[in-house]
Design a protein around this ligand. Structure first.
Ligand code: TYD
Length: 203
């Protein structure tokens, strides 16, 4: 089972992951948790470049760095897990690229498809998208720590990302489940847990 978690800045992914980890451990459900960018040794180097706000990157270079990170992530972590029939949950994956580089950085979808499709990345069985109004998310994110290269962007950038996620969720409603992140931490966890369990029972 391959699950991905998506959302804009401050949408509560980290809190949900913390709660899911605890729940899986308490219930002896085996899950591998991973994230993008930066889960492999090579990816960690790419992540530094991607988040460094002193570096100015062309959107296409940014996309290729993210795809290089994904190639290593899939090759070293995701594929081996799926081959052994393990459950794996990735914090961000393909939809992030369509939302951030496609809508955020304004690379058209046809071009993104041309870069991405030949790479044959495995399709997630389920994607949970945590949706939150942009202003609220940015306020939460700003309270946390110093801003990285993405978090420094203007509000319009994040509005485009949110619209894109909502569109992706409408277009692929069999795979993507949207959870309203204005709900309490507990409610978000309960809703996510329910859809993950439903998927696990189906397989
Ligand atoms: P991270 O610190 O992991 O933030 P978050 O908690 O928001 O996931 O930073 C990862 C950043 O990389 C995040 O701002 C989104 C961005 N990103 C893309 O722009 N495209 C992608 O394909 C991926 C995987 C991430």
């Amino acid at each position: 089972m391959f699950i991905t978690l998506e959302g804009s800045e401050g949408a509560g992914k980290s809190t949900l992951i913390k709660n899911l980890k605890k729940y899986f451990i308490d219930n002896s459900i085996e899950f591998i948790f991973t994230k993008e960018p930066g889960s492999t040794e090579e990816g960690a180097e790419l992540r530094k470049l991607l988040l460094d706000k002193t570096i100015e990157l062309d959107p296409i270079s940014e996309t290729f760095l993210l795809l290089a990170d994904r190639i290593e992530h899939v090759r070293k972590i995701i594929h081996p897990a799926l081959e052994k029939n393990k459950n794996i949950l990735s914090d961000r994956y393909l939809d992030s690229t369509y939302a951030y580089q496609g809508a955020g950085r304004k690379i058209n979808k046809e071009d993104l498809d041309k870069f991405i499709k030949p790479l044959n990345f495995p399709e997630p069985d389920l994607t949970i998208y945590l949706d939150l109004p942009v202003e609220e998310g940015l306020m939460r994110a700003k309270d946390r720590d110093t801003l990285d290269r993405f978090e420094e962007e203007e509000i319009d950038f994040f509005e485009r990302i949110r619209d894109s996620y909502l569109k992706l969720a409408r277009e692929d409603s069999n795979r993507i489940v949207t959870i309203d992140s204005t709900n309490s931490e507990k409610e978000v966890f309960e809703l996510a847990k329910e859809c993950i369990e439903k998927k696990l029972n189906e397989s």
